[in-house]
Design a protein around this ligand. Structure first.
Ligand code: T5A
Ligand code: NA
Length: 201
């Protein structure tokens, strides 16, 4: 009898309205835990949610630290799942944290330090959606950070964060086509090495 294979840490990243949440809702039913970041259900996540819905204000630095702290709130759960063979899919992760804050002009070294030591993804699926398609999708512009100018800067910054374990997904396609692309990548992950921790972002 072989030992139980560990779970995979799979990250969906991309601009607003690229269809990340739609994909993880559709793949529900397998032994997968889904964690959206920001996770608006936690105490810290509730503050972030109030900020995004324009109910409270705070400095960009405070917001950055809250996004980081919100991910730290879920690390024990992520590690427990992975070690018991359950896959974890996160809708956004440290890369959103870094890209949005760099795009706003916060200092690079300070921004990048906030997620060091977080579990390293087995794969980051980057949902690439063209701006024209994104702004036609439902809900665009409702939340604070969904302005064309910030999205353009985030797009440029995200590209600079690309790592060997990133895979691009063409997210302009219809929901089924995007799902096929996601499956093809996720079904072929190599999980022989233990989960690593990020030493840089
Ligand atoms: N943020 C986040 C930071 O600044 N720092 C951080 O550390 C983190 C984690 C909230 C904001 O916070 C910022 C980034 C964001 O600006 P969020 O909660 O992920 O982050 O944002 P949401 O508004 O929930 O989600 P997104 O805007 O990112 O949208 P999704 O999840 O990419 O898109 P989704 O699936 O909700 O789809 C959008 C619409 O398009 C349709 C859907 O039905 C929906 O109406 N759609 C499609 N239509 C046609 N074809 C397809 N293939 C489609 N897929 C989806
Ligand atoms: Na989302």
């Amino acid at each position: 009898m072989g030992e139980t294979k560990r779970g995979a840490l799979i990250i969906f990243e991309g601009l607003d309205r690229s269809g990340k949440s739609t994909q993880y809702l559709r793949s529900k039913g397998r032994t997968v835990e889904f964690i959206p970041f920001p996770d608006r259900s936690t105490p810290i996540g509730k503050l972030i949610d109030m900020y995004l819905r324009r109910e409270i204000d705070m400095s960009e630095e405070a917001l950055h630290l809250l996004f980081c702290a919100n991910r730290r709130e879920r690390v024990d759960f992520i590690q427990e799942c992975i070690s018991t063979g359950i896959d974890v899919v996160c809708d956004r992760y440290a890369y959103s944290g870094v890209a949005y804050s760099l795009a706003k002009g916060l200092p690079a070294d300070w921004v990048r330090a906030g997620d060091v030591g977080m579990p390293q993804p087995d794969v980051v699926l980057f949902f690439e959606v063209s701006p024209e398609v994104a702004c036609q999708r439902g809900g665009f512009g409702e939340e604070r950070l969904e302005t064309g100018e910030l999205q353009r800067k985030v797009r440029e910054t995200m590209k600079l964060l690309r790592k060997p374990f990133w895979q691009m997904v063409n997210a302009d396609g219809d929901v089924q086509t995007v799902e096929g692309e996601v499956r093809a990548i996720v079904d072929h992950l190599d999980l022989h090495l233990p989960l690593q921790l990020l030493d840089q972002i």
